[in-house]
Design a protein around this ligand. Structure first.
Ligand SMILES: [Zn+2]
Length: 571
């Protein structure tokens, strides 16, 4: 063989191996950030509301905060974020190999980091900070203490949320691809199968739900051949994974579907960039989730789904049915440790096709087009890429109850997912001009009104929303509530003071949550805000000396209603 040909062969071999195996990750670089074996309450790619879980959740040993969290590898602290929700207290460590590790929901930081953060909070006069220290400031060795496990931010119990990201682009990657290990010999659990009747342009016509028969460990089936009145169908599986020693239902890693032993659809949860994580709403059966039936993984890809987790096969997993020939469908589900479960069943087309009528809707739009709806006192604009597939959208209106300053406008269905914000404009009726500043676009769901904010212009209130449903105009003239939880005029010996702050209604869309500030003797003081507990906490330090003081705490809601708490106290 000529040298040139050898080079060509080598180059194509390299290309093939990269293509089939995907990028390689270093498997001996990172260690778990806890100095013990761990149990997980969440896996990478697990299905969560509006996103794929971007890391692993490590359970605390005894259900309490305070366990030591250490650096997964050598590096430096590149970012420190403090927020009342989300990741709470979070540390980001950049490593010289091009990856970043993230440690979230920490109870508190290591002493030197905590002092730096507090200084910045006083400098910026803000509790929520997003800091990027110089690379030389906090250099860390592998295993060095960085903070303590906790429950800060949007966390429902003490745990450590741990991520590994590619530093460039901050793309979260499955941490178990880096050689980290958790004992797991339990096979994934497969709950139910759903079959969707699909039109040629993949509009959903009907859906059927089937319980599965477990015939052996990891083996599931449906006894009878499915006979469906549809030209083409898609499938979805409700499936989760348990691990050794923990009751938690975590996410699966991989799914592969074959029809008559021919690969038709597969996905693997290796990487999900934040820019695409909301496509979860297209990956799952959103309507089933809305109806509280849990998370179903679709085994076919909707046209507007831009996730990169799928392999490309003909028809994207959509299966044509034949009346004279039943096909064998086999769906295999894997966890990251290679435990496998499989469901196998047969399906054919039924002679009765009466269920295959596309339901009529007043409007229709798909993922590529846009749609503007104009009705009496109501407008709605759905932009390109807001929907995931060809979708029927209905509109109707009815009189609304008292306290509403417009009719109730029903647009679409709460079972239809929206990827992007759409705009809703409603013309207020009989709204006194003095109340205009306090009026908002509200979404009514089971008697509860949610404030979606909105601006008044040209006779209409316009708000951005990412849910279809029932919208109306309402006003909010009620101030937030401030309730002292740990406070009295005699604070001698107290380590902290606490106040609960609450509002009269929930917010959605782009409406703003409660904003607050606290001053003692006219000077700004740090109040840590835990949004899930509605709690403000000030920890006393040398900034407030012994003696008499006055505290002023102000809280403001989205519509500018203000509450004030003003008292004197002795420390
Ligand atoms: Zn998590």
């Amino acid at each position: 063989m000529k040298l040139r040909n050898i080079y060509l062969v080598l180059i194509s071999l390299l290309f093939i191996s990269w293509n089939s195996a995907g990028p390689k990750y270093p498997t001996d670089y990172f260690e778990l950030p806890l100095n013990r074996s761990v149990l997980l309450s969440g896996t990478f790619g697990e299905l969560r509301p509006g996103h794929f879980h971007s890391g692993i959740d490590i359970k605390s040993l005894k259900g309490t905060s305070g366990e030591i969290v250490s650096a997964s590898a050598q590096g430096f602290i590149a970012r420190i974020k403090v927020a009342p929700g989300g990741y709470g207290n979070a540390i980001y460590i950049a490593h010289p190999n091009g990856y970043t590790t993230v440690y979230a929901h920490l109870d508190h930081f290591d002493e030197t980091v905590a002092a730096y953060v507090k200084e910045k909070q006083y400098e910026l006069k803000k509790f929520s900070v997003d800091l990027y220290p110089k690379p030389t400031q906090f250099q860390l060795n592998k295993g060095q203490l960085i903070g303590y496990m906790g429950n800060s931010g949007s966390s429902s119990a003490p745990h450590l949320h741990f991520e590994i990201r590619r530093t460039s682009g901050q793309v979260p990657i499955n941490p178990f691809l880096f050689g980290l290990q958790v004992t797991d010999k339990v096979r994934p659990d497969i709950g139910k199968l759903q079959v969707y009747y699909l039109s040629e342009d993949l509009k959903q016509i009907d859906v059927r739900e089937y319980p599965l028969l477990r015939t052996a460990s990891g083996r599931y089936t449906i006894a009878d051949t499915l006979s469906e009145g549809a030209w083409r169908v898609g499938f979805a599986l409700k499936t989760t994974d348990k691990m050794d020693g923990a009751p938690n239902r975590n996410g699966i890693y991989e799914l592969q579907m074959q029809v008559d032993d021919d690969p038709r659809f597969s996905f693997a949860l290796n990487e999900v960039p934040f820019s695409k994580t909301r496509y979860l709403n297209a990956h799952i059966d959103y309507a089933a989730r809305q109806k509280k039936k849990g998370y179903y993984h679709r085994c076919f890809k909707l046209p507007g789904n831009a996730l990169d987790i799928y392999s490309r096969y003909k028809n994207n997993g959509v299966v044509k049915l034949y009346s004279n020939q039943s096909q064998k469908v086999s769906i295999e589900v894997n966890d990251i440790n290679g435990n496998i479960s499989t469901v196998t069943f047969f399906i054919k087309r039924d002679a009765d096709m009466s269920a295959s009528q596309i339901p009529a809707a007043e409007f229709s739009a798909d993922n590529e087009g846009s749609l503007s709806i104009t009705k009496s006192n109501f407008k709605c604009t759905i932009g390109t890429g807001a929907l995931y597939a060809q979708t029927g959208i209905d509109y109707r209106t009815e009189k609304s109850g008292q306290n509403h300053y417009s009719a109730l406008h029903h647009i679409g269905s709460e079972n239809i997912p929206l990827h992007k914000y759409i705009s809703i404009s409603i013309k207020p009726e009989d709204l006194p001009s003095a109340l205009r500043d306090k009026a908002f676009v509200g979404r009514l769901d089971e008697e509860v009104i949610t404030n979606y904010g909105g601006k008044y212009s040209n006779g209409y209130f316009t708000a951005s929303v990412r849910e279809f449903g029932n919208y109306t105009i309402e006003v909010d003239t009620t101030s937030p509530m401030i309730k002292p939880i740990q406070f009295s005029s005699k604070m001698q010996g107290a380590s902290r003071m606490r106040f609960s702050i609450t509002d009269n209604m929930p917010i959605g869309g782009k409406a703003r949550g409660l904003r607050y500030n606290a001053h003692v003797d006219g000077k700004w003081i740090l109040m840590e805000y835990d949004a899930k507990k509605d709690m403000l906490t000030h920890r006393f330090d040398e900034r407030i000396s012994t003696g008499d003081h006055e505290i002023v705490l102000k809280v403001r809601d989205d519509r500018g209603n203000v509450a004030e708490f003003r008292r004197t106290f002795t420390r």
